[in-house]
Design a protein around this ligand. Structure first.
Ligand code: 8YV
Length: 324
């Protein structure tokens, strides 16, 4: 008998077709009624779940009595209660590597657009406000040669650091749990405590995973340590930044600006951030290119298929539960 796969977010037709070659696939369909109810009805039959953007832990998975694996179409796995997965022997997989460069591109876009006020001045031009050459009131800040501070030097952090160092001649500082001697040699990157990095960097880029330790890593005290001309870029997870504290810092000029792709609550439909010219607000698009999302889907389907066929998936987050 075929095993059953249940999608917990929208998955593409090619993903569905590939999975259907080996499994019964259930994709809740808004045209057939409430998708939450369809999900709840299918959950007890599911051997595998695939998707992104849904919190899954003890409460949500209690009815999933046949479940063996959850394949997340994301690199971050803060949505999943890993302690509970381990307790139940459930495999969790993610999609690393394939989104590194596109997410780094987005991080760099936020550096450029916040420093050069790209989104703000685009809106200004389109509003017909361009009547004469712009003056100091519309000047931006330099990027080339400025100091780049990477908070959390993982794969994405390193890809941003390479862009800054090679393309923009930026001295690179980084903070985190471990020293990266290879990057220190290759890029001249220098290790700093978080406080020291905040005090020195012109662009502080957050690329740490969300955990109890990084929740509100950046709040009033940390923002006050930053230079008044500095920019905060968050492409990691919203709750790493205390959002009301950031809004206050942007309003009061404690820092010059922010480039944000992630928020404490998503989707963000209204926020004081929307009324701040010195905040660039994107809708969580770090990995959202056609090619990268296809590669992530491909990787997630591969992980799920391997797990349900009894093979060790390529991207197993909790290898200790693998019973192969
Ligand atoms: C996900 C992301 O695609 O991979 C991650 O961790 O943040 C994004 O690339 C997104 O979370 C899916 O909703």
């Amino acid at each position: 008998m075929k095993k059953t796969v249940l999608a917990f977010s929208r998955i593409t037709p090619p993903m569905i077709e590939r999975l259907q070659q080996q499994f019964d696939v259930i994709v809740p369909d808004p045209k057939k009624g409430d998708i939450g109810a369809q999900f709840d009805e299918a959950l007890p039959h599911a051997h595998g779940l695939i998707g992104a953007g849904r919190k899954l832990g003890r409460e949500q998975l209690a009815a999933a009595v046949k479940l063996e694996v959850v394949s997340s179409v994301s690199v971050g796995y803060d949505n999943y209660d890993i302690g509970y997965f381990n307790e139940r022997g459930l495999m969790l997989t993610n999609t690393p590597d394939v989104l590194t460069e596109s997410t780094a591109d987005l991080g760099f876009s936020l550096i450029m657009s916040s420093a050069r006020r790209v989104a703000e001045l685009d809106a200004w031009t389109k509003a017909g406000e361009w009547k004469a050459s712009v003056g100091p009131g519309h000047f931006g800040s330099d990027v080339y040669g400025k100091t780049l501070g990477i908070v959390g030097m993982g794969n994405i952090g390193a890809a941003i650091a390479r862009r800054g160092r090679s393309g923009f001649n930026m001295p690179v500082l980084y903070s985190g749990n471990s020293r990266k001697t290879d990057l220190e040699q290759a890029l001249g990157a220098q290790f700093r405590s978080l406080d020291q990095l905040l005090a020195e960097a012109d662009f502080v880029v957050l690329v740490v995973p969300l955990s109890d330790k990084t929740h509100h890593l950046i709040s009033h005290r940390e923002l006050a340590l930053m230079k008044p001309g500095a920019f905060l870029i968050n492409i990691a997870r919203g709750p790493i930044v205390d959002e009301p504290a950031l809004i206050q810092a942007l309003e009061q000029g404690t820092i010059r600006g922010a480039g944000l792709d992630v928020y404490e609550t998503e989707p963000l439909s209204d926020s004081p951030l929307f009324r701040l010219k010195n905040a660039v607000t994107l809708p969580h698009i770090g990995s959202a290119t056609t090619q990268t999302r296809e590669a992530m889907a491909d990787r997630a389907v591969g992980n799920l298929t391997a797990a349900l066929l009894g093979e060790r998936p390529q991207d197993l987050v909790n290898p200790q539960v693998f019973k192969g």
